[in-house]
Design a protein around this ligand. Structure first.
Ligand code: NAI
Ligand code: MG
Length: 327
């Protein structure tokens, strides 16, 4: 059976880098593509940033490839992650030969809890000038993210697993998170370290080579993975996956880049690497490796888009990636 991929380019450079990634996908496997709309332009045209039809198509597809949305990003991406039942946000951040990086030795993967914590959306204004937020941590979600993280590290050959937490202050919520991750680690016989998330931020900056997979609560994963983006040379390189039990959504970490949108010079690397993660998810591991190797070859030898100091276009880089698939 041919798998169906929902393609949602969204706004800005999403319209440029997502078609580039689909072109690469189409040159390695036969998939069926369905395209749908979401984002600022969709809201302007229809009154809704995420049409019900797009949501429905995401629940039905085998996987979704999303670009970016502008001001409506939260209205689009949060429901889309829910549509695919995502519980884990996987954010690899690695440096590549040929790309200027603050820490060229970085090879990190953040496995971020994606459904609760301080992003559970339970906020209130209890009196004028007084607001509160409820932090939700459950044993079920902590167990799921731990199992996913330890298994990911094992399957992908990462020797180091670190659990980020702040259980010394958030004793009940991160206490439960940490206790649950420890239990899962012990059940699986996994080797891991624990780190207070604030101290970890400093250690990641100073000695990223000592870390591999980092299992994090929601907010910590968001912040630490952006810090890691700074270590490896920029947003144009970072892919991500929102993984559910039997569906998933893949997207570059970057946004719509309004400063360069429409110029044809967006770096398609993050979107193409997101497509490689999609291939892996659908069971095309060999093809995914092929795409990654080809991207690495182009990063090493060029052509490069302006964000990496070159003068190539999105189309030039995409053509080069496809050309080197055969190497
Ligand atoms: P951004 O990621 O769009 O851009 C930040 C900087 O990085 C800009 O200078 C941009 O030109 C550059 N950049 C990003 N991706 C690039 C690429 N592929 N190639 C070359 N350069 C690239 O973040 P910003 O400016 O904070 O947000 C712009 C819009 O995107 C906002 O409306 C924001 O809400 C939205 N956004 C959407 C996201 C999503 O849909 N998941 C995520 C982040 C932001
Ligand atoms: Mg973020």
């Amino acid at each position: 059976m041919t798998e169906t991929v929902l393609v949602v380019p969204g706004d800005g450079i999403g319209q440029e880098v997502v078609p580039a990634a689909v072109e690469v996908l189409a040159s390695v496997v036969d998939l069926e593509y369905v395209e749908a709309e979401a984002g600022d332009a969709t809201e302007a045209a229809t009154g809704e940033a995420l049409p019900a039809e797009t949501y429905r198509l995401a629940t039905e597809a085998d996987a979704t490839l999303f670009g970016a949305a502008g001001e409506t990003a939260a209205d689009v991406i949060l429901p889309l992650r829910e549509a695919v039942g995502s519980f884990a946000n996987l954010r690899p951040a690695r440096a590549y030969p040929g790309v200027d990086a603050l820490r060229p030795e970085t090879d990190l993967v953040f496995v971020r809890e994606n459904t609760e914590g301080v992003y559970a959306g339970i906020e209130s204004e209890i009196a004028a000038g007084v607001t509160t937020l409820t932090r939700v941590v459950t044993e079920d979600a902590s167990r799921r993210i731990a199992e996913y993280g330890f298994t990911y590290a094992e399957e992908n050959g990462y020797a180091s697993v670190t659990v980020a937490h702040k259980a010394n202050v958030m004793r009940t919520t991160d206490g439960l998170f940490l206790e649950t991750v420890r239990a899962v680690g012990d059940e699986l016989g996994a080797d891991y370290d624990e780190a207070l998330m604030d101290a970890l931020a400093m250690h990641l900056l100073l000695r990223p080579e000592e870390y591999g997979v980092v299992i994090c609560p929601n907010l910590a994963g968001d912040v630490l993975s952006d810090l890691a983006a700074g270590l490896v040379g920029g947003l144009g390189l970072l892919p991500s996956a929102n993984v559910g039990a039997d569906n998933a959504l893949f997207e570059p970490v970057h946004g719509t880049a309004p400063d360069i949108a429409g110029e044809g010079v967006a770096n398609p690397t993050a979107a193409i690497l997101s497509a490689a993660m999609l291939l892996e998810h659908l069971g095309y591991g060999e093809e995914a490796t092929g795409v990654r190797r080809s991207v690495e070859a182009v990063l090493a030898d060029g052509p490069h888009t302006p964000d990496l100091g070159g003068d190539a276009t999105t189309t030039d880089v995409t053509a080069a990636v496809i050309d080197r698939l055969g190497d």
